[in-house]
Unconditional design. Structure first.
Length: 315
C-alpha cells in the first residue's frame, strides 16, 4: 500500500497540537474529578459530552453519514474486525486516569508516564505493522529518539515522587493505550473513509466502558458530590473530540511512534506551563520540567529528520 506523503513540519506541528490539547484536557478532567470527588463520573461527563458532539456532527455532515454507512456495511461483511473498533477502551483508560490522577500529581508528572508508555508501545506497534502506515522499520534514529523520550520521562522521577505508586503506573498504561488507540483509529479511518466516524466509534466504546465503571463505583462508594457550575470544567469532551479526530487524520502519514513523539512536545511544554501557573503538590520542580521538555523536543528531532537522505557536502 502506498502511503501519501505529508511535509514533516505539518505532521509534527499537528502532533504537537494534539499534545497541547491532551495536556489541557487532562488538567480540566483532573480538576473536575477533584471538585465532584468522583473521577469515574468526571470521565463519563467528558466522554459523554464528546459523544453527543460527534453524533450531531455525524448526522449533519455528508461525510459522517457516508462513514457510518461504511462502518455498518464493514461490520456486517466482517471487513472491519472487532479489534479495529476497540480504540475507545484505551481512550476510556486515558480519560479515567486523567480524572483520578492529574488533580493530585499534576499534568507534567502525568505526562511523564504517558511519554514512557507511548514510546515503548509506539515502537512495537510500528514494527508489528498495526498502524495504518504498515510496518515501519525501527531505524537507529527512531531508537535514539525513543530512548531520549524515555530519558525525558526519567528526569522528573529522579528526585522521587510523593504520590501513591498506582498513580505513576496508570499513566504509563495510558501512554501504551494512546499509541494503540492512534494505530487502531487510523486503520479504522482507512476502512470507513473519514476520521469523523473513527472518532465516533472511539467515543461510543469509551462512553460504554466508563458508564459501566461509574455504575460499579456508585454502587460501592455512592454517587458523586454536587456538580460545579463552572462551564470550563465540562469542555474535556469537546477537546477530546478535537485531538482524537486530528490523530486519526495524521497517523497514516506519520506512523504511530512519530505521532507519539510529536505529541510529547506539545504535551510536555504545555504541562510545564500549566504546572508553573497552577501547581499541584506532587508536580516536579521547574528545573526538572525544563530539562524534560528539552529532551522530549530533541527526541522528536532525532526521530523525524531523514538523516540518511540528507545531502553530503563536498561531493
Amino acid at each position: 500500500m502506498t502511503v501519501r506523503r505529508l511535509p514533516a513540519w505539518i505532521g509534527i506541528g499537528g502532533a504537537a497540537i494534539i499534545g497541547l490539547l491532551t495536556a489541557v484536557q487532562a488538567r480540566i478532567n483532573g480538576q473536575l474529578g477533584v471538585r465532584i470527588g468522583d473521577g469515574f463520573a468526571a470521565a463519563v461527563i467528558s466522554f459523554g459530552s464528546g459523544l453527543l458532539v460527534l453524533i450531531v456532527l455525524s448526522a449533519a455532515l455528508p461525510q459522517g453519514r457516508r462513514g457510518f454507512a461504511a462502518l455498518v456495511a464493514g461490520a456486517k461483511g466482517r471487513s472491519i474486525p472487532i479489534w479495529m473498533m476497540c480504540g475507545g477502551v484505551a481512550g476510556a483508560l486515558s480519560v479515567a486516569t486523567q480524572s483520578l490522577a492529574v488533580g493530585i500529581i499534576g499534568v507534567a508528572l502525568f505526562t511523564v508516564g504517558v511519554v514512557a508508555g507511548q514510546t515503548l508501545s509506539g515502537l512495537l506497534l510500528d514494527r508489528a505493522g498495526i498502524g495504518p502506515a504498515g510496518i515501519v522499520a525501527v531505524t537507529p534514529a527512531r531508537l535514539v529518539g525513543g530512548a531520549l523520550a524515555m530519558l525525558a520521562a526519567g528526569v522528573s522521577l529522579a528526585g522521587g515522587v510523593d504520590a501513591p505508586p498506582v498513580l505513576i503506573v496508570l499513566p504509563f498504561l495510558v501512554g501504551a493505550g494512546i499509541a494503540w488507540q492512534s494505530a487502531v483509529n487510523g486503520r479504522l479511518r482507512q476502512r470507513v473513509g473519514t476520521p469523523l466516524t473513527a472518532t465516533l466509534v472511539n467515543f461510543i466504546g469509551g462512553t460504554a466502558v466508563l458508564g459501566v465503571a461509574e455504575l460499579i463505583h456508585t454502587a460501592v462508594a455512592g454517587p458523586p458530590r454536587s456538580f460545579p457550575s463552572d462551564p470550563w470544567l465540562y469542555l474535556g469532551g469537546v477537546i477530546g473530540v478535537a485531538y482524537i479526530f486530528l490523530a486519526a487524520t495524521l497517523v497514516p502519514y506519520t506512523g504511530v511512534l512519530l505521532l507519539g513523539l510529536g505529541t510529547v512536545v506539545g504535551q510536555v511544554v504545555t504541562s510545564v506551563l500549566i504546572d508553573a501557573v497552577w501547581p499541584t503538590s506532587a508536580a516536579p520542580s521547574l528545573g526538572s520540567s525544563l530539562l524534560m521538555s528539552t529532551l522530549a523536543i530533541l527526541s522528536v528531532v532525532v526521530a523525524a529528520v531523514p538523516w540518511g537522505r540528507m545531502p553530503r557536502r563536498g561531493r
